[in-house]
Design a protein. Structure first.
Length: 295
C-alpha cells in the first residue's frame, strides 16, 4: 500500500510539472502539444517496459487480441477515454476553460469513491470518511459558485472512473494495456502534429523547442507509468481520494504563473487541502502499523 501511495503522489507531482511545462512550449497550441506528447511518450514507455521486464505484458495483450479480435473494440474504448482526458488537460488552459476542468478534478475523487463503493463494494476507513466529508464541503462550495456542470467537468469527473472500470473488465489494467492504448492514439496524434501551427520558422525563432519537446515526452511517460502503478497497487477508493493531491498542486502551479485565489474561493480550497492532510495522516498511520507488525 505504501508503494501505491508514493506512486500516486509522484504521479500528481509530475502531472503538475507538466501543467507548468506547457507554458514553455510557445507557439504550440493544445492539440499539437497533445500530439507531440503522445508521439514521444510511447517510445519512453516502451523503453521503460523493456528495462523493467514488463514487456511481456504488451506481448500478452497482442496475443489476446489475436485470439479474440473483439478485445480490440474494448481497447479502442479505453484509448479514446484516455486520449480525451489527456487532451482536455492540455487544451483547457489555452482556451480559458481551466476552471471547468479544475472543478472536474475536484469532483473526481468523490466519483471514484462512489464507484469503489457501488461497483466494488469497498469500505472506507474512519479517516477516509473524514477526508470525504472535508472534500464534500469544498466541492459543494465550488458547485454553488458555478451553479452547473460544464461538459469539461463531466468529462473529467465521469470519464476516469469509467476508464478504470473498463480496464479492469478487459483485464488490461497494467502497463501492457497502457502501451496498447498509446499505440491506438498514434493516428490522431500524428494528425494534430501535421495540422499544427508549428513551422520551420517557429523552430528557428524558438530553438529551445528542440530540447523542450523531447523532455515533454519523458515527463509524460513517467507520470503515466506511476499513475498506472498506483491504480494497480491501491484500493479503488483510496486511489480516488489521493487524486486530490493533483488539483492542489495545480493550484500551486497557477499561483507560480501569476494567478491568485479570489476571496470567495478559499472555502473551496481549504477543505480540500484539509482532506489531503487527512489522507497523509492515513498513510503515516498505515506505515506505522506496518512497522509495528514487522517488529
Amino acid at each position: 500500500m505504501s508503494r501505491g501511495i508514493v506512486s500516486s503522489v509522484m504521479a500528481s507531482c509530475l502531472f503538475a510539472l507538466m501543467y507548468y511545462y506547457t507554458s514553455l512550449l510557445t507557439p504550440l497550441d493544445g492539440e499539437e502539444i497533445f500530439g507531440w506528447r503522445m508521439l514521444l511518450t510511447l517510445p519512453c514507455i516502451t523503453l521503460f517496459m523493456l528495462l523493467s521486464k514488463d514487456w511481456p505484458l504488451a506481448i500478452g495483450v497482442l496475443q489476446r487480441i489475436r485470439r479474440n479480435p473483439l478485445l480490440l473494440l474494448g481497447l479502442v474504448g479505453t484509448s479514446t477515454l484516455m486520449g480525451l482526458q489527456l487532451w482536455v488537460f492540455l487544451w483547457a488552459p489555452l482556451h480559458g476553460r481551466s476552471m471547468e476542468v479544475s472543478l472536474g478534478y475536484f469532483l473526481l475523487p468523490l466519483t471514484m469513491v462512489l464507484t469503489g463503493r457501488v461497483v466494488y463494494g469497498e469500505r472506507l476507513s474512519r479517516l477516509q470518511k473524514v477526508a470525504v466529508a472535508c472534500a464534500v464541503v469544498g466541492v459543494g462550495h465550488e458547485l454553488i459558485r458555478h451553479g452547473s456542470f460544464a461538459w469539461e467537468t463531466l468529462l473529467v469527473a465521469g470519464g476516469y472512473p469509467f476508464y478504470f472500470i473498463l480496464r479492469r473488465k478487459l483485464r488490461t489494467d497494467h502497463l501492457g494495456g497502457l502501451w496498447a492504448d498509446m499505440c491506438l492514439m498514434m493516428p490522431p496524434s500524428v494528425y494534430f502534429i501535421v495540422q499544427g501551427p508549428l513551422s520551420a520558422a517557429d523552430l528557428l525563432a524558438h530553438p529551445q523547442l528542440y530540447v523542450l519537446i523531447p523532455i515533454l515526452g519523458v515527463i509524460s511517460a513517467l507520470a503515466l507509468v506511476t499513475y498506472v502503478m498506483a491504480s494497480r497497487l491501491l484500493a479503488f477508493s483510496l486511489f480516488g481520494l489521493l487524486s486530490y493531491v493533483e488539483p492542489v498542486l495545480l493550484v500551486a502551479v497557477a499561483l507560480i504563473l501569476g494567478e491568485s485565489i479570489a476571496p470567495d474561493q478559499w472555502l473551496t480550497y481549504l477543505p480540500i487541502w484539509l482532506a489531503v492532510v487527512v489522507l497523509v495522516l492515513e498513510g503515516v498511520r498505515h506505515l506505522l502499523r506496518q512497522r509495528r507488525r514487522s517488529v
